[in-house]
Design a protein around this ligand. Structure first.
Ligand SMILES: Nc1ncnc2c1ncn2[C@@H]1O[C@H](COP(=O)(O)OP(=O)(O)O)[C@@H](O)[C@H]1O
Ligand SMILES: [Mg+2]
Length: 239
């Protein structure tokens, strides 16, 4: 472990949310013609993400349409679930704005300016600030009964130019209405999961540990983090 001197929050930059959002998602027949870039080309079982611009600004289209039929079939359910998740989340600063569904295989969301948090040059020097912000995002999601479940993946956490954290990829999320029976049943499990997620991010933002740490033994390490998180929860708090 290295000890780093926190240098305070990253310099303020204009909030890119001030930029107006595209007014609508593209129709299927518009996607190919309005695609201005490929953001992420997924393997055969995952979606492709395109940057699409209809003339009023870029947006991201997550699309399974060009995939193998089995992936397209699975993609329908994933897109369905992710659209439901975005609708349930509503407008939150820590998630991209939902622009709408294109068709059964695709949906459109706000394009987040910025990069992966793990690719940011200030990820170590501003570690404390980033961790505080990740914790805040987690608290926001937990407060509305939303368990992301895939926030351990470094590719799902982005850093905007204004220093804010944005999480993407809600296909695996689950949620309960706060106060409901399901929420009461799963709240402590969800918080335990998030605690383990934070442990992973502490490692990812520590100098000397590669962002690809845990790639091979991902699930094994995930299990260890869960056990550590459980111990932390059980440890009596010092006043
Ligand atoms: N709204 C967005 N703005 C900018 N980049 C994004 C956005 N959504 C996703 N990405 C980038 O594309 C990658 C893949 O998207 P994701 O939704 O995580 O798909 P997958 O299901 O393939 O993991 C992410 O890791 C992220 O880097
Ligand atoms: Mg992802």
């Amino acid at each position: 472990m290295t000890s780093e001197r926190p240098t305070g929050p990253p310099p303020a930059a204009p909030d890119d949310r001030q930029r107006p959002l595209p007014s609508r998602p593209p129709r299927r027949e518009e996607v190919a013609g309005a695609t201005v870039g490929v953001l992420h080309r997924g393997p055969w079982w995952k979606s492709d993400l395109f940057i699409v611009d209809l003339g009023d600004g870029p947006m991201v289209v997550k699309d399974f349409a060009g995939k193998f039929w089995l992936s397209r079939l699975a993609g329908r359910f994933q897109i369905d679930q992710e659209c439901r998740a975005y609708r349930r989340l509503g407008p939150l600063p820590c998630v991209p704005a939902f622009l709408g569904r294109v068709d059964a295989y695709a949906m459109a969301i706000e394009k987040i300016e910025g990069d992966l948090l793990t690719d940011s040059p200030n990820r170590f020097t501003d570690r404390r600030t980033h961790l505080r912000r990740i914790r805040r995002v987690i608290d926001q999601l937990a407060a509305i009964g939303f368990a992301h479940l895939d926030m351990r993946a470094r590719r799902n956490v982005l850093l905007r130019p204004d220093g804010k954290i944005v999480v993407v990829d809600f296909a695996g999320a689950v949620w309960w209405r706060p106060g409901s029976f399901g929420y009461r049943l799963f709240e402590s499990w969800m918080r335990w999961w998030y605690q383990a997620t934070l442990l992973k991010w502490k490692k990812l933002l520590t100098k000397g540990i590669s962002p690809r740490e845990g790639k091979t033994f991902r699930y094994h390490r995930g299990f260890i983090d869960l056990v550590r998180a459980l111990r932390l929860r059980r440890r009596p708090r010092r006043s």
